[in-house]
Design a protein around this ligand. Sequence first.
Ligand SMILES: Nc1nc2c(c(=O)[nH]1)N[C@H]1C(S)=C(S)[C@@H](COP(=O)(O)O)O[C@H]1N2
Ligand SMILES: [Mo]
Length: 213
Amino acid sequence: MSGRFVTRGFVGRRGGTGAGSESDAEVASRIPPGQYLTRDFPVLSAGPTPRTPLDRWSLRVEGLVREPVSWTWKEFLALPVRDWVVDISCVTKWTKLDMRWRGVSVDTLLERVELDPSAAFLVAWSDGGYTTNLPLGDVLNGQAFVAYEYDGRPLSPEHGGPARLVVPGRYFWKSAKWIRGLRLQAEDEPGFWESLGYHNRGDQWREERYSGD
Ligand SMILES: Nc1nc2c(c(=O)[nH]1)N[C@H]1C(S)=C(S)[C@@H](COP(=O)(O)O)O[C@H]1N2
Ligand SMILES: [Mo]
């Protein structure tokens, strides 16, 4: 497992911004407008960290599907898994490059249900009541995954463990921590931050921070 991520590019970046094989220009081109580079991994939670025991945990796909599916923790771990190395941008303006995750693609989860043709949006919901909304077009084809490892270790509770959604192409609030379900809908429905004035789509490359941006 330890050798898995050791590619030349990755080692270069590890050597420090601009200090390795990575040029400053290449790094700069990966930082969305208005963001700064960080090496920290800050914790941002709207409430207390839930701690659902794994034997009571499940992940559910429901809504506009022929039949809802629910995986226990064990069943979830048996699904096809992938490693991901992605850049993440938070609306509080930090960007962190080459974050290494292991998880199950949203494609894999949705392949296990029969989607109603009217399904066009998804609401991710979490322990503690957090929600976030995404159009299906923002999560299909490898754009989103449910992660349970970060940097080679089980995802910590503070960062959303046992499992969280990760949507690298959107500001990090779309990456629901402590995810427990995905609901397929015909209509869009603003989630927690989207209802509180944050942008409905949250594309960091278009600087879609607040509604109206
Ligand atoms: N369930 C849940 N998911 C959440 C949040 C939250 O408060 N609750 N905060 C969001 C926000 S605003 C951000 S920036 C990221 C922070 O993730 P981190 O704490 O791992 O950095 O999680 C997102 N997912
Ligand atoms: Mo955030």
